[in-house]
Design a protein around this ligand. Sequence first.
Ligand SMILES: CC(C)(COP(=O)(O)OP(=O)(O)OC[C@H]1O[C@@H](n2cnc3c(N)ncnc32)[C@H](O)[C@@H]1OP(=O)(O)O)[C@@H](O)C(=O)NCCC(=O)NCCSC(=O)CCS(=O)O
Length: 379
Amino acid sequence: MTRLGITAEDQALADAVARYATEAIAPLASDIDAHERSATCHVPGLAALGVMGMNLPERWGGPGVMPTAMLLSLVEISRACAATSSMIGAHYLGTDAVLIGGDDDQRGRYLPRAASGEWLAGFALTEPRGGSHPADLRTRAVRDGDRYRIDGVKHFISNAAEAKFLVVFARTDATAGARGVSAFIVDTDRPGVKVSAPEKLMGIRGGHAFEVAFESVEVPLANRLGDEGSGFKTAMKVLDNSRLDVAATSLGIAEAALAAALDWARERQVGGEALAGKQGIQWMLADMKLRLEAAWGLTMQALALRSAGQPFTLQSAMAKLYASEMVAFVADTALQIHGGYGFTREMPLERYVRDARILRIYEGSSEIQRNIIARIVLG
Ligand SMILES: CC(C)(COP(=O)(O)OP(=O)(O)OC[C@H]1O[C@@H](n2cnc3c(N)ncnc32)[C@H](O)[C@@H]1OP(=O)(O)O)[C@@H](O)C(=O)NCCC(=O)NCCSC(=O)CCS(=O)O
């Protein structure tokens, strides 16, 4: 379907990613899910297409494309395998943090090798005692001359076991709330970095997430991103971006679920008539399409503002909230249309439903998005 606001160049890139996703990613999606295999097996192929650095400008190793091309690519990847998209999203969280919060020395040391797929990145903000209110985080970074010593525990950190580096948010001032949080690039091979076994997840099972303990981990001053106390704002800016990646994942799963439901409705015969001939099914399909298109609209609006360099916190929160709730409805309704077959693991519908569930939770739950929206509209 033609969408306004997409250039021929963006579309051509997304089409190349779509071909790769269909040929190389989709055939492995069910196996990755069933055996909880890491979706990082796709990193070399994705890097060759420029996807691992699509959030980065050419100067730092990216292909230098607009955010729209990146979003369309994530939609295509999610249509094939949401776990792969989630793994890429976590990589973008880490590299966006270096791009946004770092200086040119840090960008030069880390970003080109992340864009080439040689190094995987992650983003360590969430802690076991809470993820929704990161201003309360307890991980500490204590300065000692030209280095910091980091102690604390982070939870649900995607990519951690395979990441070359994590951007870790830690408290440098115990009394300053959000203004007491600083961000650090931590190489995961530093002594004292301990990564747990992967969590047992309901969905996106190939997007592995871990608890990571930091036990007196020494980090050079040269790896602090920005000034002391600037880490919270860096995290918030990164999350403005990443919530659109979650919207893209939602769109991709929903596109796949709707396509499956349409095929099934056309082919499945009940009482000598295709399901598609029944008004009850038609109304389900109409509601799915309606909500999917509304989510596209909100996402493209947020992207247009982001591309224009304008504030888009509100639009990003609305796109993430609406798209992640939309895909829950679309995936569940697609499964319903498939009846008992949709409930089997022979078909991808149950995977779509499971994969979609996290999208209402991570990178700010639906409730957090509502808080952000309400705060902004109330002024
Ligand atoms: C809901 C929250 C936004 C509320 O935050 P706070 O109330 O604690 O902080 P504020 O007072 O609003 O802001 C403090 C400070 O930061 C500035 N700020 C806030 N938002 C932005 C922004 N979007 N861009 C730039 N700056 C921002 C604000 O102006 C203040 O600055 P001053 O001090 O006044 O100068 C927040 O708690 C929130 O977003 N919570 C959700 C956290 C979340 O999404 N966690 C998920 C982590 S990542 C993940 O889940 C995936 C991990 S992975 O897959 O490995």
